[in-house]
Design a protein around this ligand. Structure first.
Ligand SMILES: NC(=O)c1ccc[n+]([C@@H]2O[C@H](COP(=O)([O-])OP(=O)(O)OC[C@H]3O[C@@H](n4cnc5c(N)ncnc54)[C@H](OP(=O)(O)O)[C@@H]3O)[C@@H](O)[C@H]2O)c1
Length: 251
């Protein structure tokens, strides 16, 4: 019996993944949904695929271990693991409270590592892992420095995991969108507003998630939504990061 697990399921793209799994994957028997806000998780549709709700704070080791214990107790056969929980704050490193930036590292790097590694023993042959990374992973970004660094970690982690999991026939995809219209954007503007030009790249979460699921089915390494972000990916490969840093530092 196949299980799907979605972290960050209370909002934005995680919530949209749950909705699309509900309508596209009738062979899945249950979906575990994870985030801190239990009331938001309870608003998700519980059919045609039933949900198991876990209100865990994944930035806390105690809750990461509760997740691990649930896996050990229930021993699910996971065919789809989607990790969306993540945060980001715009602003220079000396403008944002250190504790908030450290929290970004805990959630975007440490929690990503912990929950993914705890999940691996339960992944079925042929199963798929989707990690919500970001186009911010492609190059360092002044004004979004800690976030971009955490996502560079996430991208490197995901690519290596993909290479290592090939033997087990588990297929891993990194999702690297640019700005997506979710509550994440409002949260990230707590200290500084986004530059207006970035708004032209704003993507619809339904479309980003649809493409992510399609690219994962095709066993792609990367899923980059939209021509703008595909262009940014190429630029970040071709132009030395010293130049990218100099240009972005002007904002
Ligand atoms: N939106 C964008 O522009 C964009 C672009 C590229 C990449 N991304 C990445 O996409 C992922 C999903 O973002 P989104 O846009 O869907 O944002 P969102 O709507 O803000 O959703 C973030 C999710 O993460 C969960 N979360 C936050 N802190 C958590 C914690 N400590 N423990 C457990 N869950 C936690 C939130 O739930 P609770 O608050 O209930 O815990 C929420 O469900 C993130 O990794 C983000 O970095 C977003």
């Amino acid at each position: 019996m196949k299980t799907a697990i979605v972290t960050g399921a209370s909002s934005g793209m995680g919530r949209e993944f749950v909705r699309q799994i509900q309508s596209l994957y009738p062979d899945i028997f249950e979906i575990w949904v994870i985030a801190r806000r239990e009331e938001k998780l309870k608003e998700l549709p519980g059919n045609p695929i039933p949900l198991k709700i876990y209100p865990f704070d994944l930035a806390k080791e105690t809750d990461q271990l509760r997740y691990k214990e649930e896996l050990e107790r229930q021993r699910p056969q996971i065919s789809l693991f989607i990790h969306c929980a993540g945060i980001g704050i715009l602003g220079r490193m000396d403008q944002i409270a250190p504790k908030d930036q450290i929290q970004e590292v805990w959630l975007n790097c440490e929690a990503l590592t912990a929950v993914t590694l705890y999940t691996l023993p339960y992944m079925k042959k042929g199963g798929r892992i989707i990690e919500l990374v970001s186009s911010a992973a492609f190059a360092p970004q002044p004004g979004f420095g800690v976030y971009a660094a955490t996502k560079a970690y996430a991208l490197s982690f995901t690519r290596t995991l993909r290479a290592e999991m090939k033997k087990r026939q588990i297929f891993v995809t990194a999702i690297c969108p640019g700005p997506v219209n979710t509550p994440f954007l409002k949260e990230m503007e707590r200290v500084k507003k986004r530059p207006a030009w970035k708004k032209i790249f704003l993507a619809d979460p339904k479309k980003v998630v649809k493409k992510a699921l399609r690219d994962s089915r095709k066993r792609k390494e990367l899923s980059v939504y939209g021509i703008g972000m595909k262009g940014w990916y190429l630029v970040s490969k071709m132009i030395p990061h010293k130049i990218v840093l100099a240009i972005l530092s002007r904002e």
